[in-house]
Design a protein around this ligand. Structure first.
Ligand SMILES: C[C@H](O)[C@H](O)[C@H]1CNC2=NC(N)=NC(=O)C2=N1
Length: 104
């Protein structure tokens, strides 16, 4: 699968309404920090992310910090770069987050 320029991946995400994504690290990974209402909700959010990640056989690197902040990092490890798989999974994760944000 072809590598994407990080800036192109970010533009694609923004064009699809997925705001707040950036890049982090070398090689660059897509990154977004999601805010949830509680630690319990952060864990529940990741449980939903796990489902779409397993379905795609493509998995994010994640970290819960400050009890309710979830950092999501996406890179295609097999390629060592950002690919379409990462953009697609980011969009799936955004759909999950929208369900949690709608609870507020
Ligand atoms: C063997 C298994 O299919 C591969 O290791 C999959 C699993 N999930 C993955 N996730 C990510 N982010 N990158 C990969 O290259 C990848 N490869």
């Amino acid at each position: 699968m072809a590598c994407k320029k990080p800036s192109d991946a970010l533009s694609e995400l923004a064009g699809r309404g997925a705001v707040g994504w950036g890049t982090s690290g070398q090689p660059p990974r897509l990154h977004k920090r999601f805010s949830l209402a509680s630690f319990a909700e952060a864990v529940e959010f990741l449980a939903e992310v796990r489902k779409v990640a397993d379905a795609a056989n493509h998995h994010p690197d994640v970290c819960i910090e400050g009890y309710n902040k979830v950092d999501v990092y996406l890179i295609t490890h097999d390629e060592g770069c950002i690919t379409e798989k990462d953009v697609a999974l980011a969009l799936e994760i955004e759909k999950i987050y929208a369900r949690f944000a709608a609870r507020r």
